[in-house]
Ligand binder design. Sequence first.
Ligand code: FMN
Length: 183
Amino acid sequence: MPKALIVYGTRTGTAGITAQEIARTLEEQGVSTRVVNAKEGKVDSVAEYDIVIVGSGIQIGRWTGEPESFLKKFQRDLAGKRVALYVNCGSAAEAMNPGKPEVAANARRDYLEAKAAKYDLAPIGLGFFGAIYNFNKMSWIMRKGMEQERPKLAAAYKETEPGVYDTRDVEGIRNWARSLLPK
Ligand SMILES: Cc1cc2nc3c(=O)[nH]c(=O)nc-3n(C[C@H](O)[C@H](O)[C@H](O)COP(=O)(O)O)c2cc1C
């Protein structure tokens, strides 16, 4: 049975929820998966994995530190593997930036393509996924800023729980995960 490792970093949970969705999808395809929150779990080796997926949520243009440390630590081992990267970010929520396709294009370049280049990786997939905005968990200052965006969010996306807006295309995430498997 092929094995996949999914390592993620998150600040508010989105990249972890996405990691679980990717894992569930791969498991359905007969892949054995291990999901690691890079802040809590430790990976000693990637030798046993056929696919390694590394992801992060984005704040102020940056990945979290832990999955980046993982990429640095295993850079050489990852060079010979099927590797994929993903991010969860607001820039991927197209309805939040109407008529500005450059927002998503620039973010994809900065958060994914540049990261792959930095660690000399040739990923088999770059997953560019939307954000989850949780008004219950935001700092006071963030909520103040986001309240202005809330009508736009509410018009375009589902409120999955009171105050929680999921801008991710979950079927898109599942299709992406399946695309990582050899044909
Ligand atoms: C303080 C803050 C800063 C953010 N900065 C960015 C950003 O620079 N670019 C972007 O596309 N999204 C940005 N976002 C949206 C997040 O990427 C989004 O909420 C994502 O779901 C976070 O993932 P996480 O929960 O895994 O950390 C920001 C969100 C917050 C709360």
